[in-house]
Design a protein around this ligand. Structure first.
Ligand code: ADP
Ligand code: MG
Length: 286
């Protein structure tokens, strides 16, 4: 059973009222436990709406969203769904509640009504997982953006969700902060087998995922890529340069450089996504 399943989902903001916006429609995809999926798309393509639908913050008007088989529309599952899917948002400052870092991270498990020893164990584990243990008695306000976002991730981790959704969680960070967050997220997926849904407009970050879902105008770019429901692998997706551009997205920088070199007659192979792959391909030319 998939951990996340969207079955022909539609959602409209302000339905039937002034300011009605059909945000997503006909969206179907599923995510298996342990996957690292990137969700990309132009501004307003519906990514955040999908994120909010994933943990029951929004409920579908049409179709169904299931988390570990539980429909988000079924009120009796909402608590379990919120425990299963944790969401990290864009602005870390809006996600900080307490003035001491470890208290901030403890907020989620406290709300679950866990015993103090269990809360402490979870806070220590979560701060360790994001590499922020040394700061636990400090205040979040003096941290860099990357550090703050790692604390926000620890706060979600302390709830021990099986799925972590990051909604443009790196968008406000500098390259170093982005890199810190990416390392943490990748390690959570690889070492802790956590399911990760990374919503990003940085294609370099998307290229780190196992799979990519491209959204456009409230839908998934359906059946364009092999595999199911318009969901394809990294090489398939990035191999379709023109379609990526049409979706309002930029290829990762190494892919753009490789494309340019290819047009200039340099015989490079396709599917170059990372600095390492580009370097290797260039070295082979000699
Ligand atoms: P993305 O995250 O890809 O930028 P969103 O899911 O935020 O896209 O938005 C999808 C569409 O829904 C956009 O047209 C956006 O303007 C609209 N929208 C998003 N949030 C709201 C809201 N709270 N009220 C009304 N319209 C909204
Ligand atoms: Mg968004």
């Amino acid at each position: 059973m998939p951990i996340i399943e969207f079955d022909n989902v539609a959602f409209t903001y302000n339905a039937g009222m002034e300011g009605e916006v059909k945000a997503v429609s006909g969206v179907s995809f599923s995510i298996e436990e342990g996957e690292f999926v990137a969700l990309v798309g132009h501004n307003g393509s519906g990514k955040s709406t999908v994120a909010r639908l994933m943990n029951g913050l929004l409920l579908p008007d049409v179709g169904a969203v299931r988390v570990d088989g539980m429909s988000t529309a079924d009120k009796k599952h909402l608590f379990d769904i919120r425990k299963t899917v944790g969401v990290v948002f864009q602005n870390p400052d809006n996600q900080m509640i307490a003035t001491i870092i470890e208290d901030d991270v403890a907020f989620g498990p406290e709300n679950l009504g866990l015993p103090p020893a269990e809360i402490r164990a979870r806070v220590d584990w979560a701060l360790d997982a994001v590499g922020m243990s040394d700061h636990k008695r400090g205040t979040p306000f003096r941290l860099s953006g990357g550090q703050k976002q790692r604390v926000a991730i620890a706060g979600v981790l302390a709830i021990r969700p099986r799925v972590m959704v990051l909604d443009e969680a790196t968008a406000m960070l500098d390259p170093k902060g982005r890199d810190e967050v990416m390392r943490v997220v990748t390690a959570l997926n690889r070492e802790h087998k956590m399911t990760v849904v990374m919503i990003t407009h940085f294609m370099e970050e998307a290229a780190a995922a196992d799979r990519i879902i491209v959204m456009k105008d409230g839908g998934i770019l359906q059946n364009k890529y092999a595999s199911v429901n318009g969901v394809g692998t990294m090489d398939e997706v990035f191999g379709r340069t023109a379609e990526i551009r049409a979706a309002g997205l930029e290829l990762p920088l190494p892919s753009r450089i490789a494309d340019k070199l290819r047009r200039d007659g340099v015989p490079l192979p396709g599917g170059i996504l990372t600095d390492a792959a580009l370097t290797e391909a260039l070295c082979r030319l000699r």
